[in-house]
Ligand binder design. Structure first.
Ligand code: HEM
Length: 392
């Protein structure tokens, strides 16, 4: 089968394609770039198993004899997300020591005040682009605050981070990777000299009895990973969560009347439209069995949380948003296994707080365009809106 992701229509609505692929086989061989054979995983059980199977995330090993001609900065090319154990185990243990639930809880008042500040100028009855004015700026500002990026530098950091997702524009992506890594390296040096209360400062100090501290390269790639992993994903999540609620007025009314249900609703919103629709690069260093289907040695694997989360065998009536769904927390939107999202508590906090602030301030919020006119990002990884015009 030819690449299912080549058709531009796929990006506007992925779910019919995912259903078609799953019906053909939940683990399916396709042509990824017209030449290479790849494996697409769209079934829930199969995806869950793939997240813990002996697939490798080590891109440098896969591409060692396949020169790409790219010049991505190594700190961007080789993050913790592209390592296997034991290297991954050590990095993850160290970063988990510094990025604690208490740190996320401590950020909640900041997130709330930032959301209030961003919607502050919005007048009732006017039209705004919710992605440009709220879902975009909020997550990147929160991560900058977390890492201790000074306010004056945040616009540059945000634009480099956005450029890293400029699908297809290799020159722009590579240039942004160098600009961002260069900036972060300087920030690490200055934070080393003047420690502060940021996560970056704690990552510099964190150490382990067995394996010591994070090296300079490791610190740099972690700082870049946190910024990049937590920016576009959360922007996409906020945009699609608001859109889903605006398109389901009964569910929206329920949440408005019972705001204490918002934290519980976040799981179903993430299941319904998963921001990381196709997970990051994996490949099979040896043949791997997924629920009875073999992934051949050397095959790249496109593991699709967006498809798994709409598998009717796991979620009955999967194309329906149902905030009362009993097993919504089983979703794979944050992945599963050793690479499960490290920022999930922070992402949840941001989505919850944004929804609370929007409902409190704008009881008449509605879509300002027909759903068919909405523009979606052309990214295999991230499912998100490029803009979301709403009337307040
Ligand atoms: C709604 C927003 C988010 C979603 C849907 C999301 C989703 C994911 C997924 C699916 C993975 C696993 C990828 C794979 O196995 O291929 C992942 C990993 C990761 N995420 Fe998130 N993420 C979100 C927000 C964040 C935030 C806010 C941060 C940090 C500030 C973050 C940091 C990370 C890191 C560091 C990893 C790599 C973990 C590892 O390799 O062990 N994410 N995320």
């Amino acid at each position: 089968m030819a690449s299912p992701f080549a058709d531009p229509a796929f990006y506007a609505d992925r779910y019919p394609t995912y259903a078609r692929l799953r019906a053909a086989s939940p683990v399916l061989q396709v042509l990824s770039d017209g030449v290479t054979s790849a494996t697409v995983v769209t079934g829930y059980d199969e995806a869950r198993q793939a997240f813990t199977a002996p697939l490798s995330k080590d891109t440098s090993a896969y591409f060692a004899d396949r020169p790409s001609g790219r010049s991505l900065h190594p700190a961007v090319a080789r993050t913790m997300l592209a390592t296997d154990p034991p290297e991954h185990t050590r990095l993850r243990r160290l970063v988990t020591k510094a990025f604690t639930p208490a740190r996320v809880d401590g950020l909640r008042p900041y997130i709330r005040s930032l959301a209030e500040q961003l919607v502050g100028p919005w007048g009732p009855g006017t039209e705004v682009d919710l992605v440009e004015e709220l879902a975009g700026p909020l997550p990147v500002t929160v991560i900058c605050q977390l890492l201790g990026v000074p306010p004056v530098d945040r616009a540059s950091v945000s634009s480099w981070s956005t450029d890293l997702f400029a699908t297809g524009d290799h020159e722009r992506i590579d240039a942004a990777s160098h600009a961002l890594a260069g900036y972060m390296a300087e920030l690490i040096s200055s934070t080393r000299v003047r420690p502060n209360r940021s996560l970056l400062s704690d990552l510099i100090a964190v150490h382990d009895e067995d394996s010591g501290r994070l090296s300079e390269d490791e610190l740099l790639s972690l700082a870049v990973l946190l910024l990049v992993a937590g920016h576009e994903t959360t922007t996409a999540a906020i945009g699609t969560a608001v859109l889903a609620l605006l398109q389901h007025p009964a569910e929206l009314e329920h949440l408005r009347a019972s705001p204490h249900c918002i934290p519980g609703a976040v799981d179903e919103l993430l299941r319904y439209d998963s921001p990381v629709s196709i997970a990051t690069w994996r490949w099979a260093p040896t043949e791997v069995d997924l629920c009875g289907t073999a992934v051949p040695t050397g095959s790249p694997v496109f593991l699709c949380p967006g498809a798994a989360n709409r598998d009717p065998r796991q979620f009955p009536d999967p194309d329906q948003l149902n905030l009362g769904r009993a097993n919504a927390t089983n979703h794979l939107a944050f992945g599963h296994g050793i690479h499960r999202c490290l920022g999930a508590p922070l992402a949840r906090a941001e989505i919850e707080i944004v929804l609370q602030v929007l409902f409190e301030h704008f009881p008449k919020l509605r879509l300002a365009v027909a759903p068919g006119e909405l523009a979606w990002r052309h990214s295999r990884l991230v499912r998100g809106l490029t803009s979301l015009p709403v009337r307040l």
